[in-house]
Design a protein around this ligand. Sequence first.
Ligand code: GTP
Ligand code: MG
Length: 291
Amino acid sequence: MYSYLMSFSVGIIGLPNVGKSTFFKALTKKQVDIASYPFTTIDPNVGVVSVPDEALKKISEIIKPEKTTPTIIEFLDIAGLVKGAHKGEGLGNQFLAQIRECDAIIHVVRAFGENTDPEDDIKTIKTELELKDMEAKEKENLLSKKPVIYLLNIDDQGQYQKPNIEHLAINIKEEAEMSELSEKEVQELEMKSKLDRIILACYDILDLITFYTIVKLKEVRAWTVKKGSLAPTAGGKVHSDFQEKFIKAEVISSEKLIEAESLAKAREKGLLKTVGKDYIIKNKEVVEFKI
Ligand SMILES: Nc1nc2c(ncn2[C@@H]2O[C@H](COP(=O)(O)OP(=O)(O)OP(=O)(O)O)[C@@H](O)[C@H]2O)c(=O)[nH]1
Ligand SMILES: [Mg+2]
């Protein structure tokens, strides 16, 4: 339902009023130009965010294409869940169904203001997901088994009650303020956004890697594929023919390409490797599919 762009999606969940929508708004200030992607009907609750990528920038600098297209992740702003959500409290069932559509979860936890108990809040939501899962007939796609990042929304003092669980901490209000500023203004104020780090953390828990394709002079484009994918599967992300009619591919690491300064020079130096259908695509590799 939400995979309009055939990208991976992350649902932002948590108790009411913890800062989910504020976080979503800050993130989607980075919304990409969705015209570059197919199936671009976008729900107001779905934000499409480009994945920060230094290698892509550098490849573009040497290839100088007309267009550089980053890879994307979708974020979904889901309304607050309350205790009893699994029984339908507070429209719980509707929201839980939205979570089911997501590949991973960011669980926002309030750690700003008075009387916060992050660990208890985490437990409340976790329990709702687990209770909902107990009703599920199919044991695939279970809510409580989805990869999750606990994101503590902290105040500007940076003091908070640390839960006994791995988490990231950010000041969402400050991130929202920063997202209204230009890059230059953020630098001048010596502020530093953590949004990129969080986007990359999502990419990590989703077990994704990036590969690149180059259409000479026209486009350098980043694509997402699950870690461990074979070359034809990666090809299928670009075009179904590249999967079905796959014969071989030429690959080079982005580092080597950047060092060689052009594809032609890399080819001259014999840096491009020809691989077959059993080849596992590596992170940050430039790939040319041959059919
Ligand atoms: N002090 C402080 N207030 C915040 C912070 N983040 C959000 N708020 C405030 O908390 C209120 C709720 O923020 P939202 O982002 O709408 O919360 P939400 O989690 O989307 O809420 P629901 O969708 O209703 O569940 C707003 O008044 C925000 O201004 C924060 O980091 N610090
Ligand atoms: Mg909200």
